[in-house]
Design a protein around this ligand. Structure first.
Ligand SMILES: CC(C)(COP(=O)(O)OP(=O)(O)OC[C@H]1O[C@@H](n2cnc3c(N)ncnc32)[C@H](O)[C@@H]1OP(=O)(O)O)[C@@H](O)C(=O)NCCC(=O)NCCS
Length: 274
């Protein structure tokens, strides 16, 4: 392990290697749920999503300049998962290419366009369905150009994304590994509908208001918590995050298959990616 980054505690001291190693050994629990099938449908097959004033559609290479313009607004990027603007057009192009077939099976990401003008004003979705590192659940992310903040677009965007995510095809109930903090009173071997996590910098007041105000389905507020920041350029600082879990309103039953019942579900895990 020589040459790896030093791990520091919340107070800033360097942790001994064996203590740092233990931080990565919290056991996660196996429960049963039904997540969207992998790989996700190719972007060419994803239905466009319409709200009163917005059209959401997968981004393509022709969106490069508008996408770059969005991703170079410092106010927009400052509190996102990679909290800096794109370095140059090439960096945005590389990202956009990663969202095109055949590379798009682990991302479910939509450009947000004004229905009235066709202008690209944002981006939202599940950016990485393969790496469910934080809770075990996929996470919803979203951003809008700053000129369009405060006009209710976020309140249209977020429920529309949630509804479409919960309507993606799911085949069967499978074993899935979840962080103990994400399962409440449940125990290993229990079953639950799949959840979408919404976790962001606790200081983003507009996003908090939106998520707190949703009713159908109603997100379950987890907490505000402080942790070490792992994001680029912020490593080892402290950050306060706020988090919610939204349970699939369709429940688990629509996705049960014959092989999805408790009696034989242990056979299914070998086919799962995680
Ligand atoms: C978060 C974001 C998408 C919100 O979108 P938005 O379109 O500005 O939000 P809305 O206009 O729908 O407003 C939602 C609510 O927040 C309120 N609000 C808007 N801006 C606010 C602000 N700066 N402070 C406090 N409340 C605010 C609105 O009044 C509204 O509340 P109401 O329902 O009581 O009227 C947008 O601010 C953004 O893109 N931020 C940068 C990217 C980001 O941080 N994303 C979140 C992390 S994944």
């Amino acid at each position: 392990m020589t040459g790896t980054k030093q791990i520091r505690s919340a107070r800033g001291e360097v942790l001994p290697q064996e203590v740092a190693a233990k931080l990565n050994t919290i056991p996660w629990y196996n429960l049963f749920t039904s997540l969207p099938d992998r790989p996700l449908p190719p972007s060419s097959q994803r239905a466009h999503i319409k709200t009163a004033r917005l059209v959401l559609r997968p981004l393509d290479l022709s969106d490069l300049e508008a996408f770059h313009s969005l991703r170079t607004q410092p106010e927009v990027m400052a509190k996102t998962f990679r909290p800096r603007v794109d370095r140059d057009m090439d960096e945005t192009r590389t990202l956009l290419q990663s969202l095109q077939p055949p590379n798009d099976g682990n991302s479910w990401r939509f450009g947000v366009f004004l229905a009235s003008t066709g202008e690209l004003i944002g981006d939202g979705g599940v950016y990485n369905f393969d790496d469910l590192w934080r809770t075990g659940w996929p996470e919803l992310e979203f951003m809008l150009r700053k000129e369009h903040w405060g006009q209710g677009y976020g309140k249209e965007l977020i429920p529309a994304l949630m509804e479409a995510w919960f309507n993606l095809p799911r085949s069967g109930v499978r074993k899935h590994t979840l962080h103990p903090n994400a399962i409440g009173e449940l125990e290993p071997g229990d079953e639950l509908p799949d959840n979408l996590a919404i976790i962001f910098d606790a200081s983003i007041d507009a996003a908090r208001k939106i998520v707190d105000g949703l009713t159908d389905p109603k997100p379950d507020y987890i907490a505000d918590w402080e942790q070490i920041d792992w994001r680029e350029g912020k490593e080892f600082m402290e950050i306060t995050l706020a988090g919610w879990l939204v349970a699939n309103p369709h429940g688990l039953d629509p996705y049960r298959t014959e092989t999805g019942y408790l009696s034989d579900r242990t056979d299914v895990e070998d086919n799962e990616k995680e």
